[in-house]
Design a protein around this ligand. Structure first.
Ligand code: ATP
Ligand code: MG
Length: 627
């Protein structure tokens, strides 16, 4: 079916459409009602249906494709690769579930998983799903304080962790962070289950609390654990947003609608059929990792590659070598990772046989045009940007090459996904704007299956964060966007970050994109800074590509000139600072509010998800030096 037809059905007859899509998964009991919208803005999909994510991801495939690879966990750090068939995965997940059950974990209990991208993280997630426990994966790079906050929020019965992670050849012990987090947290899980990789030789254990997975695994190996069938709207997992705009929100996901969205999107968006190979470079700690490293490819009977390591370590060819070796069809990465690769020689993109690679998907941040061109030309495959949020759980704006590929327009992730009714509206009046006018991107409820059901333990925050900006009839994405007459939408930045220069409203994206067209620019961040005359003026922070020899002042001047030429004098950056690094969240998003706070000497807000505090020192020094 063509995209237009598919999309039209999804918004004109949503219940009929989703009832049809629901046939893609196994239901233990079929739903009684497709959509219950009687208590807005809370809505329920597939009411009364019972199903299980683990059953759909694993059990269902064992008879038909038990010998096929399900998960390939590659560590470029340790050099170890583990290949697991669906049968192997079934066994490992059951064993893990038996261990969880032996520790008293059951239906509705929370389990915090604090692990790097290793196979056991996937086993643990699926084992939780199997027995109806609610997992909350905390990105392994987070510090003790972040972990403590998430422990207190979820109140888990169990914490699963590893001894250590690795990054760029260095070992980063996790266990001391677990101990520190539990010292800080008010809530204490009954046990800490340790998957010992043998990396942190000094790992200490607290008697009675800390248990070794290996020995429990040996006791329960081969045990089968029956699936716990869950009502479609019961929680499946919790996952925190990146904290780019403030305190992270604990997104609560349900079971049935999520399984349906995963099954539909893996074929229609990612163009992956059973037996084909998907390689997402995300960490399991993010939304992309949950959906496209774990649940969607497995529910779709595909092979999923899981990668521990950096994009260019041991060398910039590592990802393409893996694509060749496993015959990857769809790759999924982030603009941030592509910009890391772009600093390297483009010949790395041509070294391997990528004849089976059909698509490169990216998400998470605006994909700037120079990077999009660089990677498309280098790989010779289309790059398909997709826009989504932790809240949505799957792409909201994308192209759907699994149906038919519409033209890729650089700068725009594309068209609305099935079930998403979108508008760009005026921030003040709430009126829908005509094409080519900038405004707030909103979704008209119901949000399609797969999206959040609420903020964990905080229904009020769910309503106030997303449904209170205009009225309860619209979900605000909190992103600023523009649409063309064909429906292609371009994200211009966060509504919080919009820069208002003498009444002209500019998205951060527009100016950053313009600065990035300068050949010396690696990455740019722009913030609005208070100005007595104009209200605000744009201030730019830029990193340069390796090997730039021009004088910095000359480069900055030229960047400024480009913005004026491309966007007009109103967008002219008041100052341009060249820095070595930009502050980012752990998930690789520019933390503009921290830059703004440094320039204006104001409160930056919650910085717990900041990746490298050194980047802020760097900015401080640049500010002292002057532009
Ligand atoms: P928080 O909600 O805590 O502030 P966050 O919004 O960064 O953090 P995520 O859910 O990880 O948390 O990120 C979603 C946001 O990322 C989107 O709202 C949007 O701003 C941005 N984003 C995601 N994909 C794209 C894309 N393809 N193009 C432009 N922006 C994107
Ligand atoms: Mg957000």
């Amino acid at each position: 079916m063509r995209y237009e037809e598919f999309y039209r059905q999804s918004v004109e007859q949503p219940e009929l459409f989703w009832a049809e899509q629901a046939r893609r998964i196994h239901w233990h009991t079929p739903p009684r009602q497709i959509l219950d919208a009687s208590r807005p803005p809370f809505r329920q999909w597939f009411v009364g249906g019972t199903t299980n994510l683990c059953y759909n991801a694993v059990d269902r495939h064992v008879s038909e494709r038990g010998g096929q690879l399900a998960l390939v966990a590659i560590s470029a750090e340790t050099g170890i690769t583990r290949e697991l068939t669906y049968r192997d995965l079934y066994r490992e997940v059951n064993t893990f579930a038996a261990v969880l059950a032996s520790l008293g974990v059951g239906h509705g209990d929370r389990v915090v998983i604090y692990m790097p991208n290793i196979a056991e993280a996937v086993f643990a997630m699926l084992a939780c799903s199997r027995i109806g426990a609610i997992h909350s994966v905390v990105f392994g790079g987070f510090a003790a304080h972040n972990l403590a906050l998430r422990i207190d929020d979820a109140k888990p019965k169990l914490l699963i962790a590893t001894d250590a992670g690795m990054r760029g050849g260095k070992v980063f012990p996790y266990k001391p962070l677990v101990d520190a987090a539990l010292d800080e947290a008010r809530h204490q899980p009954a046990h800490v289950l340790l998957v010992d990789r043998g990396l942190d030789v000094q790992m200490t254990r607290v008697a009675g609390r800390d248990l070794d997975y290996a020995s429990l695994r040996a006791s329960y190996e081969g045990t089968e654990v029956p699936v716990t069938w869950l009502e479609s709207n019961e929680p499946s997992y919790l996952l925190y947003t990146s904290g780019t705009t403030g305190k992270p929100k604990g997104i609560q996901r349900y079971v049935g609608g999520y399984a349906v969205a995963m099954a539909m999107s893996i074929t229609t968006i990612f163009d992956i059929a059973p037996g084909q190979v998907m390689f997402s470079t995300s960490d399991v700690g993010w939304a992309v990792g949950h959906s496209y490293n774990v649940y969607a490819p497995l529910i779709g009977g595909a092979t999923s590659l899981l990668y521990e390591g950096l994009p260019a370590h041991p060398d910039p060819g590592i990802w393409w070598r893996l694509c060749e070796r496993y015959g990857v069809r769809a790759m999924f990465s982030s603009p941030t990772a592509l910009r890391v690769l772009k600093k390297q020689d483009a010949s790395w993109l041509k070294k391997y046989d990528l004849s089976r690679l059909k698509w490169l998907f990216v998400a998470g941040e605006p994909l700037d045009e120079p990077t999009a061109h660089w990677i498309t030309d280098g790989l010779g495959v289309p790059v398909i940007d997709n826009y989504w949020q932790t809240e949505t759980g799957w792409p909201a704006i994308t192209l759907m090459p699994g149906l038919d590929l519409k033209p890729v327009k650089f700068g725009s992730p594309g068209l609305p996904s099935p079930g998403y009714r979108m508008k760009v509206i005026d921030e003040g009046t709430g009126e829908e704007l005509p094409p080519h006018q900038k405004g707030v991107l909103v979704f008209v409820p119901p949000l399609p299956p797969g999206c959040l059901s609420t903020v964990w333990g905080d229904d009020d925050r769910y309503v106030s964060s997303y449904f209170s900006h205009f009225n309860e009839l619209l979900y605000s994405s909190l992103d600023w966007a523009i649409r063309d007459e064909h429906g292609y939408t371009t994200i211009l930045g966060r509504t919080d970050d919009v820069i208002n220069v003498a009444g002209h409203r500019l998205g951060t994206r527009e100016i950053e994109e313009s600065v990035s067209t300068h050949p010396a620019c690696a990455e740019a961040a722009v913030v609005g800074v208070h100005d007595d005359l104009k209200g605000q003026v744009p201030v730019v922070f830029a990193t340069l590509k390796q090997g730039v020899t021009e004088e910095l002042r000359v480069v900055a001047k030229a960047m400024q000139q480009r913005v004026v030429e491309q966007l007009g004098g109103v967008a002219k950056p008041a100052r341009i600072y060249v820095v070595n690094a930009l502050p980012k969240t752990r998930s690789g998003k520019l933390l503009r509010r921290s830059l703004q706070a440094l320039v204006q000497h104001t409160d930056p807000g919650d910085l717990s998800t900041l990746d490298d505090p050194g980047a802020l020192d760097e900015v401080r020094r640049a500010l002292e030096r002057g532009p």
